[in-house]
Design a protein around this ligand. Structure first.
Ligand code: SAM
Length: 279
């Protein structure tokens, strides 16, 4: 039997630049300020997945096959997510942030880089259980149209629900978690009434501007894929989009210590990466 050896791909900075230039010039998607190491890993993965000979083959495929650039973008943007991801952050949000925000008559929240929606469903469950959902409007955005469509549908593999439920328990959820979805075959469909105050939009943090003012913005596990210049610009975009004294949450492996506007935020919960705008 002949065992096929996996191809060894050479993807250096020049090859990465060829790919990002094509995406920018031909399709208006700007990945030029994404972290090189992550782009390199993801491009190599795509080359193997589609059994391509190398970068030239990939560029040709992106030019000749009309929809392939969308598939490629889906492959290089990491969409992994889960409900109540980092349960202690959700607990802190409930106890330290919403206990204060709930006195407001209207609350506006932005989930930037919401992926397939698990973070949004978690938030709406938290708000319902605190009995403040009716006065909240949530905006959930991502650059990837495909994940936005999945988020709207709220249909997830049933095997994911075990982890989602474990996170919900660790967060200290009050209800029977399975009441929030219905099961059909191997899938779970989230109760669509959870989305009554949610607006889904396509928004690219690398290219699009601020669109409203918010009381809370969550952008977790997204900026980790950006280089420092882009991260700094996106921090400015969020600052511009936050009301005075509003709150801001990033992912556990992300940091804003070094960013040029970090003096405009104070730390509310250092471990959970929750910040507040100073003025
Ligand atoms: C790892 S997921 C994070 C999902 C969720 N926030 C969480 O923490 O579980 C990263 C998401 O960021 C999105 N993303 C990547 N670059 C983006 C950009 N420039 N603008 C908006 N979303 C972006 C990806 O499409 C992906 O859905």
């Amino acid at each position: 039997m002949i065992v096929k050896q996996p191809k060894e791909y050479k993807v250096g900075i020049n090859e990465i630049r060829q790919v990002t230039s094509l995406l920018k010039n031909r399709y208006d998607f700007d990945f030029t300020e994404y972290a090189v190491s992550s782009l390199q890993r993801r491009i190599i993965r795509v080359l193997g997945l589609y059994n391509l000979d190398g970068i030239d083959d990939l560029l040709k495929k992106m030019i000749l096959e009309k929809e392939f650039h969308n598939t490629f973008i889906e492959e290089i943007t990491v969409n992994t997510t889960e409900m109540f991801r980092a349960p202690s952050m959700w607990k802190s949000l409930r106890e330290n942030i919403f206990e204060k925000l709930k006195t407001k008559s209207r609350i506006r929240i932005w989930h930037a880089g919401c992926s397939s929606g698990e973070e949004v469903y978690s938030m709406t469950i938290l708000l319902k259980e605190m009995e403040i959902y009716d006065k909240v409007t949530l905006y959930a955005t991502d650059l990837n149209t495909q994940v936005i469509e999945s988020a709207k549908k709220g249909v997830y593999p049933i095997r994911n629900m075990e982890l989602n439920e474990a996170n919900y328990q660790r967060y200290g959820g009050k209800e029977n978690f399975s009441d929030y979805y219905s099961v059909s075959g191997h899938t779970a469909k989230m109760d669509q009434s959870l989305l009554s105050n949610v607006r889904f939009l396509v928004h690219n943090l690398a290219q699009d501007d601020s669109f409203l003012k918010f009381d809370l913005i969550l952008c977790r596990n997204v900026m980790i894929y950006f280089d420092k210049v882009l991260q700094d610009n996106v921090f400015k975009l969020f600052h511009k989009s936050l009301n005075n004294h509003a709150y801001f949450v990033i992912g556990s492996k992300e940091s804003m210590i070094w960013c040029s506007i970090n003096n405009k935020f104070k730390i509310i919960d250092d471990k959970e990466k929750i910040y507040q705008v100073l003025v």
